[in-house]
Design a protein around this ligand. Structure first.
Ligand SMILES: O=C[C@H](O)COP(=O)(O)O
Length: 333
């Protein structure tokens, strides 16, 4: 997949204006080359299918890797029946994600999750519950999950969440811009949302399960990065298909190509349906192999997950004690 402006088809060149990367104003890119982005889908499918078998996270180090995974979780509750009480309990779990005796045995005292992720209405509650920690609050915004509320309201919602104390904003893109190939509209939307967030970090949710093809995923990834997204994120968790390895490989390679073209590092957040410790290890090895160690830190990688932490805690308990407690055996069925 080439992202050189020089590869843009001549026919497209006249149709779309030149744009500037939102975070690198000196670095001009032609938006029209996005139309030329290729994604070798069969190669991506083949490589993704073999990843679990050849993952490079060794068993001996699994406990350390699982603790690393905990530190990268955006601990999430995004349910219609969320209450302040549930959000306070979630925040308590973010502060103390694993039993203290297990963490002490592993030498991992002080471990917290990467962030807490909630709807706008719960931001203030979460901010209060996390006072005195460095755990940021992420708000899903812009008419999450469909992103089909009036545009000005979606932009206003970003500002509201920032004022309520959210340090990170997870925006949803308009899928129709991708499905109709209207890259300029997607770029303009992304750029305006980026501006509305001010100093807050912006994660662009592509809702890849609704984008039709991996080529669309690759193109949408690039346009969102050009528009200033700090992270690109797979899914809301509400689509029929959420984070998958082929989609992840496509987005990760877009991040790699974008860095090669601009020098700008963009983060990655797979989200939706990641609930098993072993899946988290596969994702971490994918990041390590494709992008290297910088993408194993919370400023460049997060899991969006509501139930992953429970399974990781069960595996850590087994690692430390050699057995599962009665409560955990019950939880595993
Ligand atoms: O952004 C995070 C997702 O909504 C979480 O999805 P999940 O509940 O399937 O883990």
């Amino acid at each position: 997949m080439s992202i050189s402006p020089a590869t843009a088809p001549a026919t497209c060149a006249a149709q779309l204006p030149q744009v500037t990367h939102a975070r690198n104003p000196g670095h001009a890119l032609d938006l029209d080359w996005v139309s030329a982005v290729q994604a070798n889908t069969s190669a991506i499918e083949r490589r993704a299918a073999t990843l679990p078998g050849r993952r490079s996270v060794k068993k001996d180090y699994q406990a350390a890797w699982l603790c690393k995974a905990v530190s990268l979780i955006d601990l999430t509750t995004l349910a219609g029946d969320d209450t302040e009480g549930r959000v306070r309990r979630l925040c308590a779990k973010a502060r103390q994600p694993v039993r203290p005796d297990l963490l002490a045995a592993l030498g991992m005292e002080g471990l917290t999750t990467g962030a807490v992720c909630v709807y706008h209405e719960m931001v203030e509650t979460a901010v209060r519950a996390l006072e005195g920690t460095n755990i940021p609050v992420a708000a899903v915004s812009t008419g999450f999950p469909a992103g089909l509320s009036p545009y000005r309201l979606r932009i206003a919602e970003i500002g509201e969440s920032v004022r309520a104390g959210a340090a990170e904003i997870d925006i949803v893109i308009s899928r129709r811009h991708v499905l109709t190939g209207n890259w300029q509209a997607l770029y303009d939307e992304m750029r305006e949302m980026r501006e509305a967030a001010g100093a807050a970090h912006v994660k662009a949710i592509l809702a890849t399960g609704e984008l039709g093809t991996l080529r669309n995923v690759a193109r949408a990834s690039l346009v969102c990065m050009m528009g200033g997204a700090d992270f690109i994120k797979t899914s809301t968790g509400k689509e029929g298909v959420n984070a998958t390895l082929p989609v992840s490989l496509t987005m990760i390679r877009a991040i790699r190509d974008y860095q090669a073209a601009t020098g700008h590092k963009v983060g990655y957040k797979p989200a939706g349906g990641i609930s098993k410790a072993k899946d988290a290890l596969v994702y971490l090895s994918l990041m390590k192999e494709e992008l290297g160690h910088p993408w194993l830190q919370p400023d460049l990688f997060r899991f969006g997950a509501s139930s992953l932490l429970g399974d990781i805690e069960r595996q850590l308990e087994h690692h430390v004690t050699g057995r599962y407690s009665a409560a955990n055996r019950h939880a595993m069925g």
